[in-house]
Design a binder for this molecule. Structure first.
Ligand SMILES: Cc1ncc(COP(=O)(O)O)c(C=O)c1O
Length: 466
């Protein structure tokens, strides 16, 4: 009996020890397994793991959804799929110049462009601060890419989207937006000083949505006082206190304001730029890009120069844009072109989303060493060159950026590592930039066989104010 009791006691102790051992080591092993195989590591495998984002994106999903068995790599929803894009070595340009020329493949973001990062960051910050409520209306004035990204991210956050586009933007962007359920307003392209400029109209739409919400809330309060609830639409009269889905539907409006909202800068400073730094192993010598809002060039140039002040950062500016003069001469406008005087469309380029005639809050942050000018012909020829030599089918701003990369390579000489941005893909540009009839009508049919279309590489250094 005593022997039997001892044996039973020993059995209990061993069993308890085994349980503790297997629980502790099992979870450690499981954690290790998840980290090693369960997360989507970036190209060099460090950035997600280091930032802890991997555990955030993968681990949280597993515990919430109880999908322990599904330990393969996945991202948390469409927003989790934004960023950590590959850095592509562009073989043709690298061989032609003797430099390593890399393009950050932003066209691989789920919304198809670099603007996914900006949309995600702007809405994230707005929701965090309370400037935007779930169910609210996000408005934006955009040449197209930001609009598509905002429409996507807005849905993911349970919001709605109203975008205002210049009516000369490629029609496929409108088609995509409408297919995504966004409200699209196309306005004629006018100067920013005009109240019908697409950015000003978008700001106005947010104010209108905000006013509707405030009206609804006011009439709700009044109806409570009077014992009745009167919806702003005037279609319902209900007794106060009863649930009415049609009342107080508006959750207000939020103007994303990609030009002036510094969340745009932060999206690149905190996201795109650290990825570039990691993906090049810190060996980047130069960065070059065109600017629209300036968020990309500002965020990336600031970060890279903080990491290494020797990294050179340059602007490539399309025709019709005033940024080249601003960077190299410290003056934005000629007198005839000063904003507020000139009422016709200030842009005169086939490239979309880049070039501007005002200094935005985002562009103001940029740290630049100089600028190059780019032409429409160079952009068109470069797009054809990349397609034929590398199978890269890119949009107009990506092509212009690659023109910039060749200029930088020539100026700095062989052996340098140069990074630029492949902002979006060619499919967004079928009606104009990648349409042979359109190009022919513009006298821009590509004819080059090599890179001879990039004539002289003239770097003008940045103007330094005393
Ligand atoms: C396709 C595309 N490329 C490049 C840019 C320029 O980027 P950023 O606005 O960060 O200067 C834009 C801006 O709208 C764009 O739509």
């Amino acid at each position: 009996m005593v022997v039997g009791n001892r044996a039973a006691a020993a059995f209990v102790v061993v069993a308890a020890a085994a349980t503790i051992f297997s629980t502790v080591f099992g979870s450690v092993l499981n954690w290790r397994r998840r980290n090693k195989f369960g997360c989507s590591f970036s190209w060099f495998g460090q950035s997600l793991a280091k930032s802890g984002e991997c555990l955030e994106r993968c681990g949280k999903e597993e515990s919430r959804g109880g999908t322990e068995a599904v330990s393969s790599s996945f991202r948390q929803g469409v927003i989790g799929a934004i960023g950590n894009t590959p850095l592509i070595r562009i073989r043709s340009l690298s061989e032609a110049t003797g430099c390593d020329i890399f393009g950050k493949a932003e066209f691989l973001n789920p919304g198809g462009s670099v603007k996914d990062r900006v949309a995600a960051k702007i809405l994230d910050e707005a929701l965090e601060s309370g400037a935007l409520q779930t169910g609210g209306l996000v408005t934006e004035g955009s040449a197209g890419s930001t609009a598509v990204s905002l429409a996507m991210v807005a849905i993911a956050h349970g919001c709605k989207c109203h975008v205002v586009l210049p009516d000369d933007a490629a029609i496929e962007k409108t088609q995509i937006l409408e297919a995504m359920g966004a409200v699209v307003e196309r306005v004629r392209p006018v100067s920013i000083s005009h109240r019908e400029h697409f950015v000003n109209v978008a700001r106005q739409r947010a104010l209108e949505a905000q006013a509707i919400m405030e009206d609804e809330s006011q009439s709700f309060k009044e109806s409570l006082n009077g014992g009745f609830r009167h919806c702003a639409s005037g279609t319902h009269l209900r007794q106060a206190g009863t649930e009415d889905e049609n009342c107080s539907q508006s959750k207000g409006g939020f103007f994303a304001d990609q030009f002036e909202n510094l969340a745009n800068f932060r999206a690149h400073y905190e996201g795109t730029a650290p990825e570039i730094w990691t993906q090049t192993g810190g060996k980047v010598n130069a960065f070059v890009a065109a600017a629209g809002t300036g968020g990309t060039i500002a965020g990336i140039s600031c970060y890279l120069k903080e990491k290494n002040p020797e990294v050179k950062c340059y602007l490539i500016d399309p025709p019709g844009s005033g940024l080249y003069n601003s960077v190299t001469r410290g003056v934005m406008y000629t007198r005839e072109e000063a904003e507020g005087k000139r009422m016709k469309n200030p842009f005169d380029t086939i490239t979309e989303g880049i070039g501007i005639n005002r200094i935005t809050q985002n562009f103001k942050q940029a740290k630049l060493d100089g600028a190059f000018r780019g032409s429409d012909r160079e952009a068109v020829e470069m797009a054809r060159f990349l397609l034929e030599n590398d199978g890269l089918f890119v949009g107009s701003s990506s092509a212009m950026n690659c023109v910039g990369a060749v200029h930088v390579a020539r100026v700095l000489g062989p052996g340098n590592t140069i990074v630029t941005i492949l902002c979006d893909g060619g499919a967004r540009h079928l009606s104009k930039f990648h349409n042979s009839s359109y190009l022919e009508a513009q006298g821009l049919t590509p004819t080059a066989t090599g890179l001879e279309f990039i004539k002289e590489s003239v770097l003008r250094p940045a103007f330094v104010r005393n």
